[in-house]
Ligand binder design. Structure first.
Ligand code: ADP
Ligand code: 3PG
Ligand code: MG
Length: 394
């Protein structure tokens, strides 16, 4: 990968409008931000640009409103949390971006947040019209969202054709840290993949297999594998039409001598309020939802971890937001934390929710490194040049 274009620290940006692509796709519970790490991370960048006299226009996506509908996906609650964290008033811009911002700048406003970029279908289509519409709002563009740079979307990719564009400091720092740690990494390498973004992450697993010795699959990601093995998964989250991908992962893991580890027992419940019960896979019934890995599986993963020298982790192993389904994730976080602290392994975790889960288990200071990037982290591990970074190369 070529070096990235960076904004000159001595450049006079007084009164320039800077469009800052951030990742405010933060975990939410009942419309409240439950983990603000991604916001806290860009706070110093925003302060620095404001101090240099720039007007800062923040933009981000939140969730998947194009498939799930807009309700619950406004950035309005995140704007409120961001105001508290950053300590500045933020103007929330929902439409007519350029004209509204220009008017508010005349009124003395300095910091703005655009409504969820994915409310416009052009964002995910990387459309020229939407890219231009975003570019027109500002004089310069800076991408501070490493965690979104695997998406060839308008605010990450298309926009760079229409405005002077740079990679931000947090991207440079993240790449530097990840590269340095991976240079030091030793075999055996264990990769743990969980979470719920099955469709976006399942394909990445195949490409990682040649680099990995043990591939542990948990969280909702494991459910399609259970189905493939003929088990009933009841009402659990599954992805349609990925049977061929599952078969390829199983075949490729054998070909690459990468041991595939799937849960042998699971915690199920019929509602999210149930306490949950630990069951072997063949006891899951039609009404059950699989919401965590079971105790036998935890022991199995702990054993694999003790045989590893490098551990990479993306995706919580259960519905960790509810305490009764957080045990698997907590136990694995503690095991990795302890092994790292005792210098037995190098550990890198990635993902907004994974970060939140590790924090919840009080292990965040023990890991070698935790990135806020999930899918982007996995694609980076594959060795891919992320489309959002490619367009920012010198
Ligand atoms: P990250 O943000 O770390 O990249 P993801 O966004 O892929 O991770 O997945 C995180 C989400 O996955 C969490 O909200 C968690 O509750 C959910 N999850 C994990 N396991 C399950 C499961 N078995 N069933 C439903 N949701 C799950
Ligand atoms: C993330 O949470 O990993 C990033 O915000 C990217 O989100 P996406 O998978 O919805 O593109
Ligand atoms: Mg997530």
């Amino acid at each position: 990968m070529q070096p990235l274009r960076l904004l000159d620290a001595n450049r006079n940006i007084q009164n320039l409008k800077i469009l800052l692509r951030v990742d405010f796709n933060v975990p939410l519970q009942n419309q409240q931000v439950s983990d603000a790490t991604k916001i806290i991370k860009v706070k110093p960048i925003i302060h620095s640009l404001l101090q240099r006299g720039a007007k800062v226009i923040l933009c981000s996506h939140l969730g998947r409103p194009q498939t799930k509908g807009k309700t619950g996906f406004s950035l309005a609650p995140i704007k409120q949390e961001a105001e508290k964290i950053i300590g500045n008033e933020i103007e929330f811009i929902t439409d007519n971006f350029k004209a509204t911002i220009d008017q508010k700048i005349k009124d003395g406003k300095k910091l703005f947040l655009l409504e969820n970029l994915r409310f416009d279908p052009g964002e995910e289509k990387d459309s020229e019209i939407f890219s231009k519409l975003l570019a027109e709002t500002s004089d310069l563009y800076i991408n501070e969202a490493f965690s979104c740079s695997h998406r060839a979307h308008a605010s990450i990719h298309g926009i760079t054709k229409f405005i002077e564009s740079y990679a931000g400091e947090t991207i440079v720092a993240e790449l530097k840290a990840l590269n340095a740690i991976m240079l030091d990494s030793k075999k055996p390498v264990t990769c743990i993949i969980g979470g719920s973004k099955i469709s976006t992450k399942i394909d990445l697993i195949i490409n990682l297999l040649p680099k990995i010795d043990y591939m542990v699959i948990g969280g909702a990601m494991a459910n399609n594998f259970f189905q493939h093995d003929g088990y009933n998964v009841g009402k659990s989250k599954v992805e349609d039409n990925i049977e061929d991908t599952i078969k390829s992962i199983i075949n490729e893991s054998k070909r690459n001598k990468c041991t595939l580890i799937l849960p042998m027992d699971v915690i199920t419940a019929t509602t999210f309020e149930d306490p949950g019960s630990d069951k072997p896979l063949d006891k899951v019934n039609d009404k059950d939802m699989i919401l965590d890995i079971g105790q036998q599986t935890v022991l199995q993963i702990q054993e694999i971890l003790t045989q590893s020298k490098t551990v990479l982790w993306n995706g919580p192993l259960g519905f960790f937001e509810k305490d009764q389904f957080a045990n698997g994730t907590n136990a694995v976080a503690r095991a990795i934390g302890e092994l790292t602290e005792n210098q037995k392994i190098i550990s890198i975790a990635g993902g907004g929710d994974t970060f939140a889960a590790i924090k919840k288990s009080n292990q965040e200071n023990k890991f070698t490194y935790i990135s806020t990037a999930g899918g982007a982290f996995l694609e980076w591990l594959e060795g891919k040049i992320l489309p959002g970074l490619k367009v920012l190369e010198k």
